[in-house]
Design a protein around this ligand. Structure first.
Ligand SMILES: NC(=O)c1ccc[n+]([C@@H]2O[C@H](COP(=O)([O-])OP(=O)(O)OC[C@H]3O[C@@H](n4cnc5c(N)ncnc54)[C@H](OP(=O)(O)O)[C@@H]3O)[C@@H](O)[C@H]2O)c1
Length: 249
C-alpha cells in the first residue's frame, strides 16, 4: 500500500471491530498516526497494539460518540498527543430491528443518538480543530439503508439517511475552508453487525448484491484511505456507494 497519508493524524470512531478496525489498520499502513476510539477498551487497545507492532503510531481513547463531552475530549486528546487532526472516519454505529409500530421510544432515541447525533458531534469538534489548522478530510459512514428502504429497520435507515444529508450540508459549509467531507455507504459487509441479521434474511440480502457476495471490511477501508488522501482532492459532499452494486438495480 502507498504511504499516501504519511505524517497525517487520523481519528477513527468505532475502531474496536469490523469496518472501523480494518480502517484504523489501513490508515496506519498508509502512514497515518491513528487515534482509535470506541467504548470497548480491550478491543480498542488491541488495535493500538497491532498498529504499534507493525511499526506504526496509535493511541486508544475510550469514547461514547453520543456524549458531547466525550467527543470533545477525544478530539482534545488527539491534538494534545499528536499536535493536529488531519483525517477523521466517523464510523461508530449500531443496528436496529423491529417494525416501525413496535419500536420503543428509548430504542429509537438510542439509534438516532449514536448513528446521527454521534456523527454530528464528531463533525462539530473535528471541524473546529480543522478550521484552526486550515484543512482536513472527514469521511462519515452511512449505509445502503440510507438510500433505499429496508422493512424492519426504519430507525437505522432514517439515521443513515440523516448521515447522508448531514454530510452534504457539512461539505457545503466547510469546503471553502479546505475541509473535504464525504460519506461511504457500504452494502452487506462481514462484521459483527451483519451477524445480528437472521440467517435467512441475510442470505436474501446478499443474493440481491449483483456481485454475488458480501463485502469485507478491508474493501471499505481502501476507499476511506483514498477519500482521506490528496488523491481525492476534488471530491466533496459525495456519498460513495460501496455495495457490490446493490443500489444499482
Ligand atoms: N456491516 C455492514 O453490513 C454495514 C453496512 C452498512 C453500514 N454499516 C455501518 O458501518 C459502521 C461500522 O459497523 P460494522 O459493520 O463495522 O459493525 P461493528 O463491527 O458492530 O462495529 C460497530 C462499531 O461501532 C462502535 N460503537 C457502537 N456504539 C458506539 C458508541 N456509542 N460510541 C462509540 N462507538 C460505538 C462499536 O464499538 P464499541 O462497542 O466498542 O463502542 C464498534 O467498534 C456502522 O456505522 C454501520 O452502521 C455497516
Amino acid at each position: 500500500m502507498l504511504r499516501q497519508l504519511y505524517g497525517k493524524v487520523a481519528l477513527v470512531t468505532g475502531a474496536s471491530s469490523g469496518i472501523g478496525r480494518a480502517t484504523a489498520l489501513a490508515l496506519a499502513q498508509s502512514g497515518a498516526k491513528v487515534v482509535a476510539a470506541s467504548r470497548r477498551i480491550t478491543e480498542g487497545e488491541e488495535i493500538v497494539r497491532q498498529i504499534q507492532e507493525a511499526g506504526g503510531e496509535a493511541i486508544f481513547v475510550k469514547t461514547d460518540v453520543s456524549k458531547a463531552a466525550e467527543v470533545e475530549a477525544l478530539v482534545n486528546k488527539t491534538v494534545d498527543t499528536y499536535g493536529r487532526l488531519d483525517c477523521a472516519f466517523n464510523n461508530a454505529g449500531i443496528p436496529s430491528t423491529g417494525l416501525l409500530t413496535d419500536i420503543l421510544e428509548e430504542d429509537w432515541d438510542h439509534v438516532i443518538n449514536v448513528n446521527l447525533k454521534g456523527t454530528w458531534l464528531c463533525l462539530k469538534y473535528e471541524i473546529r480543530e480543522m478550521l484552526i489548522q486550515g484543512g482536513g478530510a472527514i469521511v462519515n459512514v452511512a449505509s445502503i439503508g440510507g438510500v433505499v428502504g429496508f422493512a424492519g429497520y426504519a430507525s437505522y435507515c432514517a439515521s443513515k439517511a440523516g448521515v447522508i444529508a448531514l454530510t452534504r450540508s457539512a461539505a457545503m459549509e466547510y469546503a471553502k475552508f479546505g475541509i473535504r467531507i464525504n460519506a461511504v455507504s457500504p452494502g452487506a459487509i462481514e462484521t459483527e453487525m451483519l451477524a445480528t441479521i437472521p440467517a435467512h434474511q441475510l442470505a436474501q440480502m446478499i443474493a440481491m448484491h449483483p456481485i454475488g457476495r458480501s463485502g469485507k471490511p478491508e474493501e471499505i477501508a481502501e476507499a476511506v484511505v483514498w477519500l482521506c488522501s490528496d488523491s481525492a482532492s476534488f471530491v466533496v459532499g459525495h456519498n460513495m456507494m460501496i455495495d457490490g452494486g446493490y443500489t444499482v438495480h
